[in-house]
Design a protein around this ligand. Structure first.
Ligand SMILES: CC(C)(COP(=O)(O)OP(=O)(O)OC[C@H]1O[C@@H](n2cnc3c(N)ncnc32)[C@H](O)[C@@H]1OP(=O)(O)O)[C@@H](O)C(=O)NCCC(=O)NCCS
Length: 379
């Protein structure tokens, strides 16, 4: 066997610039996030999700007329082919909901009237359908899970309101819509996150948008990415009381375990999205169980900061906020996916607009000169 040359490992592509983008910028050193040049604080709580999606896709905030047309186009597309509803019904009990969402999204590609087309016009129509239908799938999964019928969107409601209505089966109150709308805005895009990169790799081969969104959903599922928010809730429930935080977190850290909802590849300081979500969870403390979760969260934050010097990321307070809205924890990552679909589509469109196959190089650290041994002579 030839000797192997060992070089220092290259792991996780940290710091590698893998492409140019105008969509969003994560300034990890200063804890800032920009969407199309607008600082997050300029937009969060001021724009609706539809406005932000328009900005991410078309590079400018819409005027009133553009927004109205875009929002109603989105609402009109929040409907599912009956076959997708059947797929949801056929899923075995306890199927992971991100697996189900990914499967439905993949299947939607077969029912899309523009399936197989990658022209700009087809992609414009598909962008809206995919965004609207991803939300409709998640709402439908919940309706069927609680034994209720799948609802159609209301033409009188915006995206966030329609989602909550189609998910819970009742008209949501104003505060819930406001908070959920902002939650979607905060999750909408984040530089070259693993799922956005994965989506870009897929479309760079000229596979279509449904394939790329399926890839992105598969990538978001993992607990080092979007799957962390469900785990945060599990942890908060396990801790149960503020007085149990100290021991629980100390044990986790001394066992070398990662505290879910903390740390980030890009941010060396506080994640600016978590600042907004902390504020919202504080605003909702009067809701059942939220004061306890908020107190536990505050203590965890303080301790992880003191012992590890790391900050909460978007998934930490997102768990409490979603819980306060009445969303079951199994759906948290799906909600992240609904919001991030805007960013994925923006990346897909940007990639299509100036495509070149993404095909990096690996550093070969294996051996050379091996001699073939026939099977009956091998040990
Ligand atoms: C997000 C994440 C995957 C980034 O990973 P990364 O850039 O590869 O960073 P690493 O995993 O190499 O961590 C660097 C150091 O910080 C520590 N660290 C990072 N996140 C940590 C966490 N959540 N809890 C405890 N320690 C953590 C690591 O143990 C490591 O310490 P060491 O150098 O002493 O070994 C990582 O912080 C993590 O696993 N967080 C928990 C999952 C999560 O919340 N994901 C959602 C991200 S939005």
């Amino acid at each position: 066997m030839a000797t192997q040359k060992k070089s220092p490992p290259v792991r996780g592509l940290e710091g590698v610039v893998a492409g140019d983008t105008e969509i969003s910028y994560v300034d990890g050193d200063n804890g800032e996030l920009y969407y199309r040049g607008y600082h997050l604080d300029e937009l969060a709580g001021k724009v609706s999700y539809e406005e932000l999606v328009y900005l991410l896709w078309y590079g400018k905030l819409p005027n009133k007329k553009e927004l109205e047309a875009f929002a109603s186009f989105l609402t009109n597309n929040m409907k599912l082919p009956p076959e997708i509803v059947e797929i949801i019904q056929l899923a075995p009990p306890r199927t992971n909901l991100m697996t189900l969402l990914r499967t439905c999204q993949s299947a939607l590609g077969m029912f899309d009237p523009d399936g197989g087309k990658i022209s700009e016009e087809a992609n414009n129509r598909k962008s809206v359908r995919i965004l609207a239908q991803n939300a409709a799938i998640v709402a439908a999964i919940h309706r069927l899970e609680v034994g209720e019928k799948v609802l159609s969107p209301s033409a009188k409601m915006g995206f966030a309101e329609n989602f909550l209505y189609m998910f819970f089966g009742r008209k949501p109150n104003k505060l819930d819509v406001q908070v959920f709308d902002c939650l979607l805005v905060l999750h909408a895009d984040h530089g070259l996150a693993a799922s956005s990169f994965a989506a870009r790799v897929t479309v760079s081969t000229l596979a279509g948008m449904h394939s790329a969104i399926t890839t992105a959903l598969a990538t978001l599922k993992g607990r080092l990415h979007g799957g962390a928010n469900t785990r945060v809730m599990q942890m908060l429930e396990e801790i149960d009381s503020p007085t149990s935080v100290k021991k629980y977190i100390s044990t986790m850290l001394s066992d070398g375990k990662k505290v879910m909802g903390f740390g980030h590849r890009m941010y060396k300081v506080e994640d600016p999205r978590s600042r907004h979500l902390r504020k919202y969870s504080q605003k909702l403390v009067s809701r059942p169980g939220v004061a306890n979760l908020y107190e536990i969260s505050q203590r965890i934050e303080k301790q992880v900061m003191q012992e590890k010097g790391i900050f909460p990321n978007i998934d930490f307070y997102s768990a409490t906020v979603q819980h306060a809205l009445g969303i079951p924890k199994e759906y948290f990552t799906c909600i992240f996916a609904v919001a991030r679909t805007a960013g994925w589509i923006a990346h897909i469109r940007e990639q299509f607009a100036d495509n070149r196959l993404i095909r990096p190089t690996s550093r070969y650290i294996g051996g050379y000169g091996n001699k073939f041994v026939p099977i009956d002579k091998r040990e």
